[in-house]
Write a protein that binds this ligand. Structure first.
Ligand code: SF4
Length: 432
């Protein structure tokens, strides 16, 4: 550490919402929240979070805070011989020492205030989601964020929030330059983007300058290639935006990763959703296609559409049939990933090369008897839950314990509606 900061050290803002590949990245918020915020399925910023751009000074302050906290960790003996999970146990003491030095105890109060801001009448599922959204991190949160990044190798950085491409290229270049000079181990910088911004607001020269400044990859949530589906969910983008935005991004030398949302067409547009999404992927040829199956969150416009009867959720089997159509139709060279807890099947592979292997996985599920499909689904969701949270909360433990035998779950005698109910409860708590 250079010197202990007598003025006190504040936490820096982190991006709670980021791609799964950036879970262990160092993150900085260049904007806050989403200026569009109208997608019918999206619960992310619906609880009153307002979009804002952050000034260069604010961002610089966060970079500086992150640099100093990283130095504090090293000075506190964390990372002297490599970083381990055991180091998490040292963080509360370190945070306390930083507070003592800087007399900044008000951070705890600020964190408590943020948690208390969830209104009491909010649906428990949404409350669960919001509690995970850390808008005002504490010193401990900032330190844990740095430790997780260090443990993962310290090479990746995500710049949030929802659309990094709205930033002027010169602004982004300045930020990237400053981050790189303070964190020289960083090798990869990524942002979320909207295809409409890439297609209509940014020139090819703009995107090239971003790549030249060090940006490596853009993650686009395209969700669907069907213009009807995109209009229904109020995505504010069309398939032409998706194709042009992705092609331009790749031409600028940036890696292009897209998220698609199986199930988003509902029962009415299921097949069209799959066919049109395959069409867009073939035309846009993104480097990565990531699956993120639709989950309908409470208090979203899509949940309202379900209540009104204008949208009917696809059963799981129909979602899998969509995937079958999609994978059968994609001829572009791309990589398919199922890196979201919302997905039922593990579908990872290069397309079109791995098509037959991936179709075998799909057909293996589709050929199962009905009861076995339900049991398969429960186990898949349970694995995701344990992967995400590391254990079961008391209520889920109680629901499942009657079916535990010798440390294994035997659901074969569980009635179908109970099986479905348990699976739904687990799904409702997974972060997509
Ligand atoms: S653009 Fe992304 S963050 Fe914004 S509302 Fe749509 S899905 Fe949510």
């Amino acid at each position: 550490m250079n010197e202990k900061n007598p003025g006190g050290l504040e936490p820096f803002e982190i991006c709670s919402i980021r791609p799964p590949t950036e879970n262990s990245s160092l993150t900085f918020r260049l904007t806050r929240n989403c200026y569009w915020n109208k997608c019918a399925f999206c619960p992310v910023y619906k609880m009153g979070a307002r979009f804002s751009r952050r000034s260069l000074d604010e961002i610089r302050r966060d970079i500086d805070r992150a640099r100093q906290l990283d130095d504090w960790m090293l000075a506190g003996g964390i990372g002297m011989n490599g970083y381990t999970r055991a180091d998490y146990g040292k963080l509360p003491g370190l945070a306390e020492e930083i507070r003592r030095t800087g007399r900044k105890a008000h951070h705890e109060a600020r964190t408590q205030k943020a948690a208390a801001e969830i209104p009491e009448d909010v649906d428990p599922r949404l409350a669960w989601f919001i509690s995970w959204f850390n808008d005002q991190p504490s010193l401990e949160d900032s330190l844990a964020h740095l430790l997780s990044w260090r443990m993962a190798g310290g090479e990746t950085c995500f710049l949030g929030d929802a659309d990094g491409l709205i930033l002027k290229p010169e602004f982004l270049a300045t930020v990237l330059g400053e981050i790189k000079s303070r964190f020289p181990s960083l090798q990869r910088f990524t942002v979320y983007g909207r295809t409409r911004t890439a297609a209509r607001q940014r020139s090819l020269a703009d995107l090239r300058s971003m790549a030249a400044a060090g940006l490596n990859r853009v993650h686009f949530g395209i969700e669907s290639g069907s213009d009807q589906v995109l209009a229904f969910v109020n995505k504010g983008e069309c398939s032409a935006d998706h194709i042009e935005g992705c092609l331009k991004t790749k031409e600028a030398g940036l890696s292009c990763s897209v998220y698609i949302m199986p199930g988003l067409g509902g029962t009415a547009r299921s097949e069209e959703h799959a066919l049109e999404t395959a069409r867009v992927i073939n035309a846009a040829a993104p480097d990565f296609v990531r699956l993120r199956t639709l989950e309908i969150f409470p208090q979203t416009p899509l949940e309202q559409a379900v209540k009104e009867g204008s949208f009917t959720e696809c059963p799981e089997e129909q979602v899998v049939r969509e995937l079958r159509i999609l994978i059968s139709r994609i001829d572009a060279e791309t990589e398919l990933l199922s890196d979201s807890a919302s997905n039922l099947l593990d579908l990872y592979g290069k397309l079109p090369h791995d098509r037959s292997r991936l179709l075998k996985i799909i057909d293996g599920y589709l050929d199962l008897p009905e009861q076995s499909k339900r049991i398969f689904s429960l186990h898949a969701r349970l694995r995701s839950f344990l992967g995400q949270y590391g254990g079961l909360p008391e209520d889920l433990y109680e629901i499942l314990s009657p079916y535990a035998r010798d440390g294994e779950l035997d659901m074969s005698r569980c009635p179908n509606d109970t099986l479905e109910g348990i699976t739904r409860t687990i799904r409702s708590r997974l972060m997509p």
